[in-house]
Design a protein around this ligand. Sequence first.
Ligand code: SF4
Length: 381
Amino acid sequence: MTHRRESRPVFVGDVQIGGGAPVAVQSMCSTNTGDVKATVEQLHRLKDAGCDVVRIAVPDKEAAEALPEIVRQKPLPIIADIHFDYRWALAAIRAGFDALRLNPGNIRDADKVKLVAKEAKEHGMPIRIGVNAGSLPPIRALGEGELPPSLPERMVDAAQWEVKHLNDAGFNDIKISMKAFDVPTMVEAYRRIAPLVPYPLHLGVTEAGTPRAGSVRSAIGIGILLAEGIGDTIRVSLAADPVEEVPVCWDILNTLNLRKRGATLVACPTCGRIEIDLIPLANKVEEHFTKRGKILTVAVMGCVVNGPGEAKAADLGIAGGKGRGVIFRKGEIVKTVDEPQFMSALIEEGEKIIAEMEAGTYTSVSHNDDNVIPLMEVPAR
Ligand code: SF4
């Protein structure tokens, strides 16, 4: 893992983005914004799933009118997503939203951009510029013999053009996204913009698809960049309930040891040596310890070949064999149990570990691994 790219911090409510803060997890409400009850319910579900910040579309007057009540009931920082109408940006600022996502070029009036920038600045609200490969300005006139720019180059030009609009309006509290459906295009666009601006970058593969394909595509695109130290906040865009996006974000961060949340399950894929009914057990263990929300590694292994080694390296593990299983705790054998007691024994030992964690007397192996970048505290604002 390389060092993370340095960026100027912005604050979305009390969530710091950039400036060395932990990578923030984002999603977007799929409800009709005018339906306050449904929107607030979804915000709560997203927060419970582990989302840090949520974006809400403000496409019309009905949505704009709902904003003050949404702000009154919001359980976490929210960003207003504005497209063309500067009035909805002003409505979001005045309602007390925490940030805006808008492209000043879409507003097409320098005075209106200045007004939005001035009010956003007065309210301490950052603005995300969202460049999308599917909606770029036309290619400028080319000089003789000049080659047309590549798609990532056009995306970078568009981002710089949008940044200039805000800078000209005296605004500098910016973050940027450079989304594309095509992963190599998206990766290249972020790599190119990263050294050119001081702002935090919001990573995402746009319209990534249904849960399986979209998760893979997002994990590759976002993962490549995070592994290179690029990216301060992420969203996995899925054609699904947005709550499904959040665990995928966390899986990406967990996998890269960038930020930990909940249980990490080590489970063998099973093979002809398997001697226990492993797959239902692995699913139940993952469900139970994910819900418990503590950072710990649990290994569920099927036989004596690799089982004991992996089970020993986890906080809690089981290595099965011929209807019996050895329960390990941080490498130490705790007990041997019959197969019907596997789940209850793992829960019992797991709960003891969690109780010690809560008492501050237990350190998870997830924190001891030399490869783990320690979680960073968010500095006080
Ligand atoms: S742990 Fe054992 S059962 Fe599981 S995949 Fe490896 S060899 Fe096969």
